[in-house]
Write a protein that binds this ligand. Sequence first.
Ligand code: PEP
Ligand code: MN
Length: 338
Amino acid sequence: MLLIMKKHIEEDHIQDLLQTLKTKGLQLHRCRRNGQLAYGLFGDKTKIDVQELQNHSSIEDIISIKEPYKLASRTFHPEDTIISIKNISIGQNQDIVIIAGPCSIENQEQIETIAKGIHHAGAKLLRGGAYKPRTSPYTYQGLGEMGVQFLKKAGDTHAMPIVSELMSEDQLQDFIDHVDIIQVGARNMQNFSLLKALGKIRKPILLKRGFSNTIEEWLMAAEYILAGGNSQVILCERGIRTFETATRNTLDLSVIPIIKEKTHLPIIIDPSHATGDWKRVEAMSLAAIAAGADGLMIEVHHQPSCAWSDGFQCLTIENFEKLMEKGRKVAHAIGRTL
Ligand code: PEP
Ligand code: MN
């Protein structure tokens, strides 16, 4: 529930109340709502007398949050969350932000060539995996720390912030130092100890939806990060498992309006992992823009047939340029820019 405090109330005046609630094991999250001081009160509500709280001299109103996720809910935070990375904003309902790059970083030259191409085409952020969650332990696992360095150098050269996937807490310090948006992959969406660690830092997190997870489970995973104190979460839909085999996954575009309704967090779409086939990426990207996504994350490689991972779903730089041109038209048609 959300406790809306009376206007002009002195902090000291409410300390006793806050202390009492804390000793009952409840968690309090201080925030502002329409300019007024408010506290999100979470935990076991059977420990409190709501009527007594309602009558407390410093409380103006109590709003109940019905969803199991609290900080992530629109009830708690009605305004859209906007995530700023350098001069880029994600979630501000105007610019659609494009993140592009290879599935995995292979060497400096490869990431540099791709960075140059996507930057020229209008991408705002550069992605690339240095730690790869591969289904088989015998396939390419990524360059690790060296990969992060290559990615950073290419990003710096073209003034593009970088996005990369963190697989374990051991890599966290390196990512805090060098990566602008830390990606949590579909396979780690419910790695709760990783999510808790990411709650303690102050960097944007791109949280992919697990391929077998419901929207509610996804938002509960976001809640772990928010509950730790990190308010910068970007959601990323990347397709879910269904009975269909014609695509690698089934892209659930209906999440866009649902996410917009239920949460204030930005939502971006990854059509590459969703379809698993570069020929489907353009259509799904345009559909995602039309449906109101705040951004796209697209795999691009200068020579997809030689890519060390996910080459089949990578766009060439030329096809990425074509997609950007069409994307601009769709964005324009809905009053947005790309
Ligand atoms: C990726 O973005 O490279 C990746 C592995 O994605 P996902 O976690 O969605 O499979
Ligand atoms: Mn990939």
